[in-house]
Design a protein around this ligand. Structure first.
Ligand code: AKG
Ligand code: FE2
Length: 245
């Protein structure tokens, strides 16, 4: 019997051909979307957590890292749900042609609001992890929505951590950020703008795609749950030694 008290039992079951289609969409469109992935009751529970957290932070930007930090919201259950984690292992296998490691996440819940909304937006970056999943929890219904922006698949997975660092250095400076912000405003740029819908699941190659979010109005709240999986440089000795120093 299925225990429908768990979020896992309420998630859609995705076939291998659905995963293949998602893989193709990520490669061609830059992302894929599964509408209404989270059901209305589960979504309300997440939204309730966000509104309490924002009230608690005096309507300022607040971030939660790790599943313990969001325990009891359903976002923690997602991180260990076989239905959810199997999306990542199958995408990993398709992307790299290798047996995937056990799926564990670097999980974040970002609540954008207040003065911090602008400060923490339009920072273009590559993630450290191959696959990024994003679930919008709360999106403003009026004013600035805080769209998700991406230049899809702008690099390959780097063989060396040093090359990855070099890419990040090229991105993380005022001039590049300025140019990308200008490009984001131009009509001809190969930029994908995603107007996100709460409860839908979005996936993209976070490591391979330059991406960011637009700000929302300071009075509004824009909250996103992020699940990062598979660090291509997990075994790098350079990375380990830089961590220690
Ligand atoms: O909140 C978003 O829309 C994106 C955040 C993001 O890219 C990240 O945290 O790595
Ligand atoms: Fe990111």
């Amino acid at each position: 019997m299925i225990d429908d008290a768990t979020i896992d039992a309420r998630l859609p079951v995705l076939s291998d051909s659905a995963i293949q289609q998602m893989f193709n969409d990520i490669n061609t469109k830059g992302f894929c979307c599964i509408p209404n992935y989270i059901n209305a009751t589960d979504l309300r529970r997440m939204q309730f957590f966000v509104s309490r957290a924002v009230a608690h932070s005096q309507n300022e930007y607040v971030v939660f890292r790790g599943s313990e930090a969001v325990s009891g919201t359903g976002m923690d259950e997602l991180a260990t749900s076989p239905e959810f984690t199997s999306i990542f292992s199958r995408l990993y296998a398709l992307a790299l042609g290798k047996t995937p490691p056990k799926v564990t996440f670097y999980q974040i819940l970002r609540c954008l609001t207040g003065k911090g909304a602008a400060r923490n937006s339009l920072i273009f970056h590559y993630d450290s992890y191959l696959i990024t999943a994003l679930i919008p929890v709360t999106i403003p219904g009026a004013g600035k929505r805080g769209d998700f922006l991406l230049f899809p698949n702008t690099r390959r997975v780097r063989a060396f951590y040093a090359t990855n660092l070099f890419d990040k250095l090229l991105l993380d400076n005022r001039i590049t950020q300025f140019v990308l912000r200008m490009l984001a405003r131009s009509r001809n740029a190969p930029l994908v703008r995603v107007q996100m819908v709460p409860g839908s699941l979005y996936l993209f190659w976070g490591y391979r795609s330059i991406h960011t979010n637009e700000p929302c109005d300071p009075e509004a709240v824009r909250a996103t749950a992020l699940f990062h999986f598979a660090d291509p440089h997990a075994d790098s000795s350079l990375k380990a030694s830089l961590r220690q120093s």
